[in-house]
Write a protein that binds this ligand. Structure first.
Ligand code: ADP
Ligand code: ZN
Ligand code: ZN
Length: 679
């Protein structure tokens, strides 16, 4: 009997590679190929997997070896290059390959029935680009932009470029021009080409999607992000996989899309933390994209006004090419003036200081928009009782329950537990419970009192729960139906508000003293980004200059001083020198083992064991410590941080260490994260 052994990736816990047998019944029939999906028996179930490789023999004893049920030959196979990318991701992040390969593909490919897949295949087969469509005129690039485009497209070989350009400097134009040129070059050589553009959050960058679609009306643009319905996601994925889409725009998950003709990658806002997946395969889409570009020997560009410290360092040592856009691109648009308001001298009432209130008033008089940024949603982070000291603590977490006024609830932002506001103190019966601190809802209330005539809009996760509501809210701002926009980091990104001339930052100080060494990098990026919302257009008719006002108790803090001067390089230099003397990334490589258990003691014990399992000269272990928010949803959590000067050493250590950890068969739940972002 003639047969082949198919090594198949399944999305099953722990082990995820299994050998199955394929009996060759008909010599003339096509053999299965790597990258094809197959239906196989697994235990008493049937599941769908993906062929990784094909062999003549296996170590699995023949009485244990089971037969493949069916091959899904309607779908063209994923390439072996793509499988190699998944293999790398699985190895690097220490996860089973099935957990990479299968979740990277739409669910309909893995469904037992192929109805949905067949339908999507039929639909996409009919899609053709509209070759006759005319692209609108595009702006004439300035010299810096021109140089960036030339450099990015000069060679078709691998190189990583860092496009460092202040907000509004026209980075998007650079991506679009480079993309256009690469597609044109390929067309001239009659070669198919695809371009991957990654953005942090599709919701917050609708303008980019719009721009891409209008600028490239004659090609198919596919979009991939987690908010697509399954049918839609399957179609978009197929357009990419079948090579029909010349441009694929997506969030982090798109880095694992099947792109047979990939020629160029763009990572917009490369510093954004949402490129890091925070569960399952905890990958960095930016890092995987660079690996992918290297694998395919194609160019990649990372763009940002506030690059990640890692990327900045890579450019400083020449690993990346640095391309700079120093000025705002639109004619007359200038960077806003940044000032600090010293809160020791200007006492805030309800969170707002007199100079900030004055600045808002002056914008209202001139019919210009103001944006207020406060990175804390809800009404107040906690309520308390003055009489006995009771505070609204979550029962299941080491965190406070946040007061949400519109629905009169207390809500835990860690475990989502909810309860009604108690009418009296649960401990002493006092009916006068007080909110402490302030979130966006409370500031909104204050603004309504101060400016009863103004049209005020709050945008945060609570106000935009309904699908499409964020988009509607941003549209209202663009239309000019809003005088004062108030929100969390959701309002900081991407948007280009033409009538916005004031940005107020309400309470950024807490991040200055965080235990997390990346908190200041994140704060700096956020401030620069939110500041970048102002002064996008030329000076307004009324002559108001765009300003950014930061309320702080620490006006002389170097971080704010750097923001005042729009001095990212200065900030980065200081940060790098701190990191170097503390031996932190990018001067060291880290991995984090997290454990959770009913009792903290058990989690710590497990981590102590883990620490003592295996010694290695070039790996240093910190002590196991509880997480800052130690208990969430009744489970207590701790972590163990490992560091090494050498990425390769850390990688090889992790591999053996993981095997020993699994062999412990501990009942404590644990996860390993490579290159963690939040510590
Ligand atoms: P960034 O992505 O760097 O923040 P954008 O690409 O959004 O900046 O550009 C900011 C604004 O400048 C946009 O309105 C864009 O249309 C405009 N712009 C970009 N390049 C040019 C140019 N060369 N000439 C005129 N306007 C430009
Ligand atoms: Zn009380
Ligand atoms: Zn909770």
């Amino acid at each position: 009997m003639d047969y082949r052994i198919l090594r198949i990736a399944l999305d099953t816990p722990l082990d995820s590679e299994f050998d199955y047998r394929w009996i060759v019944s008909d010599k003339n029939a096509a053999l299965p190929q790597p990258g094809q999906f197959v239906l196989v028996p697994f235990g008493r179930r049937e599941i769908v997997g993906c062929i990784l490789s094909i062999h003549d023999s296996t170590d699995v004893p023949s009485d244990k070896l089971r037969d493949v049920i069916a091959v899904r030959s309607q779908l063209s196979p994923l390439s072996t290059t793509w499988i190699a990318l998944c293999r790398f991701a699985a190895d690097y992040y220490q996860r089973p390959i099935g957990e990479v390969v299968l979740p990277a593909c739409p669910k309909n490919l893995r469904a037992l029935k192929t109805t949905a897949l067949d339908k999507a295949l039929k639909k996409t087969a009919l899609q053709l680009p509209d070759a006759s469509a005319q692209a609108p005129p595009k702006p004439h690039l300035n010299q810096e932009q021109q140089f960036a485009v030339e450099t990015l497209t000069a060679s078709q070989e691998f190189s990583t470029s860092l496009l460092f350009g202040v907000t509004g400097s026209g980075k998007t134009e650079v991506y679009l021009h480079a993309a256009e040129r690469i597609l044109k070059q390929a067309a001239e050589q009659a070669m198919p080409a695809q371009i991957l553009i990654l953005v942090p959050e599709i919701n917050l960058t609708p303008q980019l999607e719009q721009n891409v679609r209008t600028r490239f009306p004659h090609v198919i643009v596919a979009t991939l992000h987690s908010q697509l319905a399954e049918g839609e996601r399957t179609q978009q994925w197929l357009l990419a996989h079948q090579g029909q889409a010349a441009i694929v725009l997506g969030t982090r998950l798109a880095v694992l899309a099947s792109l047979p003709h990939l020629k160029f990658i763009v990572i917009d806002e490369e510093h954004d933390p949402s490129y890091k997946q925070q569960e399952g395969l905890r990958y960095s889409a930016r890092d995987l994209a660079i690996w992918r570009a290297h694998q395919l020997n194609i160019p990649i560009v990372l763009g940002s006004a506030t690059p990640s410290i890692e990327s900045w360092q890579a450019a400083a040592v020449g690993r990346y090419k640095k391309l700079e856009l120093k000025q705002r691109a639109a004619s007359n648009a200038v960077l806003p003036k940044v000032g600090v308001i010293d809160m020791e001298r200007n006492k805030a009432q309800q969170g707002l200081t007199a100079p900030l209130i004055e600045a808002i008033r002056s914008r209202l008089e001139k019919e210009e928009q103001s944006l207020l940024f406060l990175n804390r949603r809800g009404y107040a982070p906690v309520i308390h009782c003055d009489a006995c000291g009771w505070i609204s603590q979550c029962r299941r977490c080491t965190a406070f329950m946040v007061f949400h006024k519109p629905d009169r609830k207390l809500r835990c932002h860690h475990c989502s537990a909810e309860q009604r506001i108690p009418s009296a103190c649960p401990t002493c019966g006092n009916t006068d419970l007080q909110p402490l601190g302030r979130g966006t809802q409370r500031v909104e209330e204050q603004l309504q009192e101060l400016f009863p005539q103004a049209r005020i809009l709050r945008i945060d996760a609570d106000s935009t729960r309904k699908k499409g509501s964020a988009q509607a809210a941003f549209d209202a701002v663009h239309r000019g139906d809003v005088d004062i926009l108030l929100g969390t980091q959701m309002v900081a990104k991407g948007h280009d508000f033409q009538r916005l001339t004031l940005v107020g930052v309400i309470n950024p100080d807490t991040a200055l003293f965080s235990q997390d060494y990346r908190a200041s990098e994140r704060l700096f990026a956020q401030l620069m980004q939110v500041a970048g919302r102002a002064g996008r257009a030329a000076k307004t008719e009324t002559g108001n200059e765009s300003v950014v006002l930061i309320q702080t108790r620490y006006p002389t803090h170097p971080l704010y001083q750097a923001v005042l001067k729009h001095d990212y390089p200065g900030f980065a230099l200081a940060t790098l020198s701190d990191r170097q003397s503390a031996g932190l990334p990018p001067f060291a490589y880290q991995a984090l083992l997290r454990a959770e258990a009913k009792e903290l003691k058990l989690a710590i014990e497990f981590l102590e064991n883990a620490k003592n399992l295996l010694a290695h000269e070039q790996i240093s272990f910190n002590d196991p410590v509880p997480l800052t928010v130690m208990r969430v949803a009744g489970l207590e959590r701790a972590q163990l941080l490992l560091e090494s000067q050498s990425r390769a050493q850390l990688q090889s250590f992790l591999k053996t260490w993981m095997q020993s950890l699994r062999a412990l068969k501990s009942r404590v739940r644990w996860t390993l994260e490579v290159d963690p972002l939040d510590i």
